[in-house]
Design a protein around this ligand. Sequence first.
Ligand SMILES: Cc1ncc(COP(=O)(O)O)c(C=O)c1O
Length: 451
Amino acid sequence: MKDSNFLKEHNAKSLWHPMAHPGDSLANPPAIITSAQGVKITDVDGHEVVDAVGGLWNVNLGFSCQPVKDAIAAQLDVLPYYSTFRGTTNDQVIQLAEELRKFFAPDGLTRAFFTSGGSDSVETALRLARQYHKIRGEAGRTKFLSLKKGYHGTHMGGASVNGNANFRTQYEPLLPGCFQIPAPYTYRNPFNETDPERLAQLCLQALEDEIAFQGAGTIAAFIMEPILGAGGVIPPHESFMPGVREICSKNGILLIADEVITAFGRTGSWTGSRHWGVQPDMMATAKAITNGYFPFGAVMIADHMTETFEKDTTGKAAIGHGYTYSGHPVGAAAALACLEETLKLNVPENAAARGTQLHQGLLALQQKYELIGDVRGGHGLMSALELVSDRATKAPVDKKTIGKLQEVAYEAGAMVRVSGPNIILSPPLVLSEAEAATILHALDAGFAAVS
Ligand SMILES: Cc1ncc(COP(=O)(O)O)c(C=O)c1O
């Protein structure tokens, strides 16, 4: 490794960072992380903190998951790459598909299409949705509906169904035929409704209204995160996703669950859809499928959709889509080891317990600090604090204050993520009680410094 002076001097000079202004990265160089153990990361100065971001919602089993590391190393020696495009496959991906089929059986999902990450998975699901309708003779079903505040990655299709202007405006025009309805976000919504159940019903009515306006026969799919993540951790009322399922089924619209962050235990259930008792038609997964150690993803497809594709005789079901790295043997080997470890550790159990601990701790911080307008979470290890400069007007906090808070929390022992006015927490699911307490203590120190 180059010495720390070299790294600091060149930090952000010859690369542009995702989700950052290049000028800002130069003015405020990012933290340089050089090693990690368990759920802790260490920076170039040797400062060690609990990673309350969990990599990027993906390092669910922490940074020291030896079985996944061993599987990657062993596979690199035996077969470092082979394609799964028509005519060839590899042994790892066949085994993985069988294991995923077992894992996702309770969700009604029995086929996998492999990708290189979350945005790829979303794109794949959107494309397969259109193709499904075309094979069935409903070529007019091309539109997509989604939620405001939703995040679905950054490919053109995914950005088009995103519900946040930050990922859209500079890249417009996006895909035509994509429409967003209000999210079940009690703190801010166009209905001024604070009751989660009533708000869920209003959002469902908005969905029905939009479907009637567009015409059900023009809509291919509705895509949603079971709990909105990057948009600021917005758990809907328990009636919401089942309500969406019912409306989609009634109107012949496919339901795509974007579980890039919620699959594999984060919500305290094995999948976000299962958390709400819903079976989607497709599920986009990635991230924790390899514990973040290898870029990989899978779109899982409902059993009831398989006949349409597999029994087609017109040729329309030929899949004209795929990635060089679809079914990468190293990724598949990593995913196989990761799934085994995830099941062995029964991670949803700890995610639920530590999630409750964090949520209670955040509610206590809200009692102490005026700056905290809203606390969201309570479903596993995904929580957010929305900061306001004035609780009455809900005016968002300024960038400088939240930046300072993050800095002090880091010095006090925890890496937390700042996204707009939100502090987002998504630590590894193997977090201990003491490590959760460290996160809360570090946040407390951060708030104390800016209050
Ligand atoms: C719900 C959701 N969908 C899609 C994506 C995109 O995944 P990736 O960044 O791996 O392309 C993300 C990333 O955070 C996500 O949270």
